[in-house]
Structures are given as C-alpha cells and as structure tokens.
Design a protein around this ligand. Sequence first.
Ligand SMILES: O=c1ccn([C@H]2C[C@H](O)[C@@H](COP(=O)(O)OP(=O)(O)OP(=O)(O)O)O2)c(=O)[nH]1
Ligand SMILES: [Mg+2]
Length: 151
Amino acid sequence: MQLNAKLLDPRLGSEFPLPARATEGSAGVDLRAMLDAPLTLAPGQRELIPTGLSIHIGDPNWCAMLMPRSGQGHKRGLILGNTIGLIDSDYQGPLMVSLWNRGQQPQTIDVGERIAQMVMVPVGIPEFNWVEDYAEDSVRGAGGYGSSGTT
Ligand SMILES: O=c1ccn([C@H]2C[C@H](O)[C@@H](COP(=O)(O)OP(=O)(O)OP(=O)(O)O)O2)c(=O)[nH]1
Ligand SMILES: [Mg+2]
C-alpha cells in the first residue's frame, strides 16, 4: 500500500537507513530511536522516543500498530509503555515510541537503534445495531477467560 510519510529527522536516509522491513516477508517496518545521545532506561523507566518521521494514513479503513521487537522484548525487557501503539488514520504528528524497560537491568538505547516495529492493520468500522437479544445463541455464549480449558 502507498503511505504518505514525512522525514522529520534529516539523519534518516543519510546517517541511518530509511524505515524498512528487515526482509521481504517481514510484517513490520522497523523504527529507529532518533535520539541526540544514547539513553539509559533504568528498570521500570519509560520514555517517549521520537522515530524521526510522521505518517498520514488517510484511509479510516487502515491503522498502524507499533509493537515491540521480539528480541528486544524477550532478551532485554524493552517493550512499549502502552503495550501496543495505535496510530489513527487521521494522525499527522511525529510517530513516537513509548519505550519501557520492564526488566531488572538498566538498558542503554543507542542513537538510531531499531526499537520497535510498525504494522499496517485493516480496521473494521462498527455501526452499532443495539439489540435486546441476539438472534442465535453461539456455542461459546458468554464463556471466556479460560472456559475452554488448557488441553
Ligand atoms: O505509541 C503511540 C501511540 C499513539 N501515537 C499517536 C498516534 C495516535 O493517532 C495518537 C493518539 O493515540 P491514542 O488514540 O492511542 O491515544 P489517546 O490517549 O486516546 O489520545 P487521543 O485523545 O489524542 O486520541 O498518538 C504515537 O505516536 N505513538
Ligand atoms: Mg485516542
């Protein structure tokens, strides 16, 4: 899909590669920490980190989601302060990553390091049809929270 975007940090595309997917089959576009200097996050600390770009999706049938990189999350405890960042189709401001060190050790983020990934996701737009009863009872009904067991 085509995506209008602005480079807000001139180091992107010169000193650091443009945002890109790591491989042809990657779902996520890796986003970099466009910091002025390395940043150390203490255990439990989170900071809003600029990615150096903005996007304008435009089409309300799409959104973007910012997600942790699995290696960073699993090995270093670096995930997102909002768990997943949701980027609205009408947002035109700078893309920011709330990076959260949920681990036990301080973690230093290098300038330009790839800290998160952005995935484009289709959005269903609900038009609520408020009813008293559902026409059919589903097999699940109100069962949830482990109701189907573990085996
Ligand atoms: O990780 C994130 C999450 C959000 N945003 C931007 C894009 C998004 O469209 C906007 C608002 O996000 P959201 O709707 O999740 O936050 P909110 O707390 O509901 O703010 P608002 O009242 O502005 O909608 O902030 C980011 O840059 N990074
Ligand atoms: Mg909102």
